[in-house]
Design a protein. Structure first.
Length: 340
């Protein structure tokens, strides 16, 4: 019986000599200063050269929004919501692009970084509108000051949240993402009704100020940015473009649903999956992704999967992962539903 060659042994065992560019971590305890490859486009964040967090956020929104793939029927619903200034209530399986839709709208219409409100079981509308640091202001007022010191105004201790910032009067509307509203308190959708209908809310801490302080500059959810609030009332000039996502964990009240336009994003078919791969990784990525796409579709038919899992598999293969379709899918395409 012939012995395998060194090359065959390396291929079978996945040795560092054969996979040096792929196997960064080898599990042998040996310290090596290897270069770390670039992250996937959808996992890149602020760079060290960023002038501000706002600029980094803008680049991030552009990176995500520029490659969004959506059908004509879905774009019709989005356009209807824009014209009517009604919130979009977006549903669909995880990974179908519900949250990314907000970034796509902001990118195409050049409306700046998306204002995000990730909802959880402890979220309140008050926190999303504004926060007032009363303790900080009290502590500041108790400090001894020299005659030439200037005390910061109340606006330095009050910051608008993502929803509050979205309703600041501007010439062009902002995009507001209310992410996973169904995870919030059962009364939270009803709490949103008034502001969605009236486009205004009051900040009592400012409305109680004397007339000479009728106009106050307050901090906003945009880093290093302020907004003027007159007599404690925040009024929008243009109603924001609101994208509300839901994973269908519970239903919303009829009064809330009446004020929204429903949009369901279905699982992308083969043609759309190929467009998504091409948009994120380039046309050359499609050349050797055919078996991954077909294996993904077969696995998704019997269990819940997300599109970004397929992107992960294609990206790993392009990076030199010596795994076949089944190996890649077993690694990154784990089912999302509990019985998977």
């Amino acid at each position: 019986m012939t012995q395998p060659s060194e090359t065959e042994t390396a291929e079978a065992s996945g040795s560092p000599a054969e996979h040096e560019s792929w196997q960064l971590f080898q599990g042998n305890g040996e310290r090596r200063a290897v270069p770390i490859p670039d992250a996937p486009p959808w996992r890149r964040f602020a760079s060290v050269e960023s002038d501000s967090a706002a600029e980094a956020a803008t680049r991030g929104e552009t990176a995500h929004g520029a490659h969004y793939v959506i059908g004509r029927e879905e774009t019709d619903v989005v356009n209807a919501a824009i014209h009517l200034r009604r919130p979009l209530l977006v549903t669909g399986h995880p990974g179908t692009g519900k949250s990314s839709l907000a970034a796509a709208i902001a990118h195409e219409l050049d409306l700046g970084p998306v204002l995000r409100w990730p909802v959880n079981s402890r979220s309140t509308l008050q926190d999303a509108l504004y926060r007032y640091d009363a303790i900080g202001r009290l502590q500041d007022s108790g400090l001894e000051r020299r005659p030439d010191d200037t005390r910061p105004g109340i606006g330095s201790f009050l910051r608008l949240g993502p929803v509050g910032t979205a309703f600041v009067a501007e010439e062009r509307p902002r995009v507001l993402l209310v992410d996973e509203l169904d995870k919030g308190d059962i009364d939270l959708p009803n709490d949103l009704l008034t502001i969605f209908e009236e486009g205004t809310f009051e900040i009592p801490e400012l409305s109680r100020l004397p007339e000479e302080q009728a106009e106050v500059d307050v901090l906003t959810a945009d880093p290093h940015m302020t907004a003027k609030v007159k007599r404690g009332m925040v009024r929008c000039a243009e109603f924001p473009l609101v994208v509300i996502t839901s994973n269908g964990e519970r239903d919303f009240p009829p009064a809330f649903r009446r004020r929204c336009l429903p949009l369901h994003l279905g699982d992308p078919d083969e043609a759309r999956l190929r467009k998504i791969i091409e948009g994120h990784l380039g046309p050359e990525a499609l050349a050797d992704a055919g078996d991954l796409v077909m294996a993904f579709l077969a696995r998704r038919a019997v269990g819940e999967l997300a599109t970004d899992q397929l992107l992960n598999a294609v990206f790993l293969r392009r990076g030199g992962a010596r795994l076949d379709a089944d190996g890649l899918l077993k690694t990154v395409l784990h089912r999302l539903n509990a019985d998977g």
